[in-house]
Design a protein around this ligand. Sequence first.
Ligand code: NAP
Length: 331
Amino acid sequence: MKAVVIRKFGKPDGLEVVDFPVPVPGPGQLQIATEAVGVGGVDAVIRRGTLVAYGFKEGHLLGSEVAGTVTAVGEGVDASWTGRRVWAFTGLSGGYAEQAVASVEDALPLPDGMTSADAVTLGGSGVVAHFALDRARFAAGETVLVRGAAGSIGITAVQLAARGGAGAVAVTTSSEERGARLRDLGATHVLDRSGEGGSDAPSGFDVVIDVVGGPQLPLFLDRLNSNGRYLAVGVVGGQPPADFGMRLMVAFRKSLSFATFSSDTVPGSDRQAVRSSQFADAAHGDLRTVVHDVLPLDQAALAHREMDAGTVFGRIVLVPEPGKNGVCGPT
Ligand SMILES: NC(=O)c1ccc[n+]([C@@H]2O[C@H](COP(=O)([O-])OP(=O)(O)OC[C@H]3O[C@@H](n4cnc5c(N)ncnc54)[C@H](OP(=O)(O)O)[C@@H]3O)[C@@H](O)[C@H]2O)c1
């Protein structure tokens, strides 16, 4: 089968389309003919070689999120899965391929009317947005800031906060055009990456959902209201300064909370329940997914160049067979 591996760590050109053995489903696993593959930020991090210390090697087959049709099941899996269209998490490898395997516990049938491109745009990121707001104890009427809102986590977080009755949903983004698109999804105030702009924006926020991290994180800690909650869910801008916690101590009397959040800490059954509900919402048009671009699988390097250039709004999807099952262009 066709697959994309990292021939050489570093630039996108180090990705190579190769002939790879078809994976055989082990006990508890499904084999899936992929229709759509999500291109995630973590794929770019692995490709750059940043995670070599964690055991990633050249030759690694990238990709963690696929949607397609089950073609075979492993030992112990109900045969009725065969032929079903599913979304699945494949771990940190195996997705950029014509066939993938995933544990049946990490797979979810797609509702009628949901495209595989939409599934890989929402499947992994939607639950992060949901549980981040949940862990932040977000309640109707509160003000929310989503930092790094133009990615697939932020796009869902903005919609969920708006739908949950937020008093205001501010976002950070790098351009007016992106700000307009985020307003269309439910943002009420648009700030630049430093948190400036949006003259009528609230001076403080009850909840901050931060996908960016990086050196400017303390600026946003300062924007918390008393009893405010700050959830760090990503580090696309790098690590924050080592002494950022000082800001919390200086503001001791505001009773602020800072937390990291990883969806790995949410029980799998809870993640699946939320994912299932979000898929149903997306199929009914009640939750929007943003597919930035749909590219053939063998153009994975182009997808990574776009990621590195910072031009992606939403998610890029790779398709082994362009045009199949209506997966042929951005939505
Ligand atoms: N917590 C979890 O359970 C979990 C699960 C999966 C992934 N993640 C993490 O979430 C992150 C990826 O999320 P995503 O796909 O939604 O994000 P993304 O698309 O990679 O980035 C979101 C937005 O952040 C802005 N941005 C990028 N670099 C920036 C910088 N240096 N400074 C300020 N803003 C910057 C960009 O928007 P603008 O250009 O518009 O500013 C970008 O579109 C990764 O860190 C990943 O490890 C976390």
